[in-house]
Design a protein around this ligand. Sequence first.
Ligand code: ARG
Length: 485
Amino acid sequence: MVAEDFAVEIEELTVSDGKPMRLWGGRFEGGPADALTRLSVSVHFDWRLVPYDLAASRAHARVLHKAGLLTKDELERMIGAIDDLERACKSGEFRPTVADEDVHTALERGLLERLGALGGKLRAGRSRNDQIATDLRLYLRDHARTIVFRLVELETALMAQAEQHAETAAPGMTHLQHAQPVSFGHQLLAHVHAFARDIDRITDWDKRAAVSPLGAGALAGSSLPLDPEAVADELGFSSAAPNSMDAVAERDFAAEFLFDAAMIGMHLSRLGEEIVLWASQEFRWIEMDDAYSTGSSIMPQKKNPDVAELARGKSGRLIGNLMSLLTVLKGLPLTYNRDLQEDKEPVFDSVDTLLLVLPAMAGLVATMRVNTARLQATASDGFALATDLAELLVRKGVAFREAHEAVGHLVVYCQVNDVELGDVSDEDLLKVSPHLTPDVRDVLNVPGALAARKAPGGTAPDRVRDQLVALREAVDAQAAWAAGS
Ligand code: ARG
């Protein structure tokens, strides 16, 4: 199946082309009030489920045939009409109307137009309740793969920069204050690890989402001899739902997906915030490519990090969409309730948002120019090598508490005299503390400080390269998952 979206605006729906199409008209005398129709309609947003609804219809038609409820000839005509309807939906030749209510109704109209009475046979043994639950799972599983692809592109861009900058020392920060020098590549890979876990969450979610609701009917299953497992298999699910009530009532798969999307949003926001800082005049760590930055309408000199800011800002809607669905679900009695129609817009919005933000962030990261000289020059600012000094004293047998204190005094001395740690004379070092013999200056160099952090997980350039090897393998596997292998 292709992750192809079908878009339609509500304004386009207000004119009905003919007699209102309802799947439930039998027991009703009058038509629905206009206000009800407008409240009830979902086809302007669920229209994007067309390819999934039609795929489920093909599978359902085949089990109806196996059950002896459609002849071979009827099945062939049915499949032909479904194929033609899909073509017509894609080309825009077949459009939903407001009177269609939802995607299922509109597509049944399309089949009736093509097949006459035969089009009405497909509804046997299924309900919009199991259809919509199936469609949404298919849609999400399909789009999850596209999202993973886009994440892999972002990971790849970050890894390429990290490879270039494994040796580039940068000021490592805690509390946004200079703390200890780090490899800039190490910092970039920290973001890759976060995105890699996000992808793991999606692939793990996918196993739980791979259950087919079709066959559950409205809520109780069907008295017709259907074959839900065959349907599940045809649609790429790993099994059919073991409980028809759970199948139609539950949307935890959508909420869990929205959680994964919110977490990705949070990670994008943190990366975005860093890029905003890095691009600022105060940091000047990176220069953004013109193609991924914006100007100001009044200040000719401005180059703004809008991509990073929008990534940060759009995390709000990703988190909001999760809250919105959880709030809809909370307190719903089993099984289907119309409240569940409210599941789709948050889900679609999160998918659309990620597919907008991820390529822009990947492009921004891939094309940014890192100001290596400035990073290196400022890596030890703020007495960032003080810990190295204290640890050297520890290696010489001084208790850490005492070493911490001695180096603390030295920092104060440097601040008062406006000098760097390495600039203090032998004599003055000893005045500050008897532990501060001239050889302590040996550890006051940034490349040495990085290389010394060589235990697994440390910022030593060699460890950064080890991470790159392991991450490349993991990211290749993630790309392969997204490609369906
Ligand atoms: N549009 C509905 C939804 O999104 C489809 C299912 C309608 N079922 C019903 N019994 N009214 O949930």
